[in-house]
Design a protein around this ligand. Sequence first.
Ligand code: HEC
Length: 170
Amino acid sequence: MIVMNDSVKRRRGARTCAALWLGMTLTAVTSVAQGQLPDGPGKNTTKKVCGQCHSAEVVVGKGKTKEEWGQTVGEMASFGAEGTEEEFDEIVDYLAKNFPKSAASNKIKINVNKATAKDLEPALELSTKEAQAIVQYREQNGAFKSLEELKKVPGLDAKKVEAKKERLIF
Ligand code: HEC
């Protein structure tokens, strides 16, 4: 679902301006492009609509929530990306499915003894309360030494940290 309000629709009319500006930014965008779009419903639409200005592969390696992809696609529409509402919806679904937030954040390691609750929350897919509980426990009991110790934090779902154990640094 993309929210395209009136101002976005109106801005889509401002092609000339966007086109001028595009000339300047395109080189930078295409040079980032690498990799290939995975197969799946929506791939062809994404190639068609998102390949008009830069390579459609710019999305590869990025990870966003469905909402964030909706925002990106809405932004591209305001730059002048052409497609029907259905096509834009299809693209957002395709991107959210193939380039989810967790895929990008899976690569980053996180130090459970140094990270703030704000960083722990999205990185380990915890609730705000759970992330705060980790920090509180650490402040009261000193640095965590192992995963086992981390799992004992009251109010924390041990399964969630177990699932991310590859990414944890103590
Ligand atoms: C009308 C031209 C145009 C079309 C069509 C277009 N884009 Fe873009 N796109 C741009 C421009 C210009 C930039 C650079 C803007 C910037 O760096 O903020 C960009 C940058 C991006 C970036 C990198 C910056 C970011 O926000 O992560 C992504 C990802 C992206 N586009 C995705 C898409 C997707 C998905 C589509 C298809 C729905 C699409 N683009 C279609 C013009 C376009």
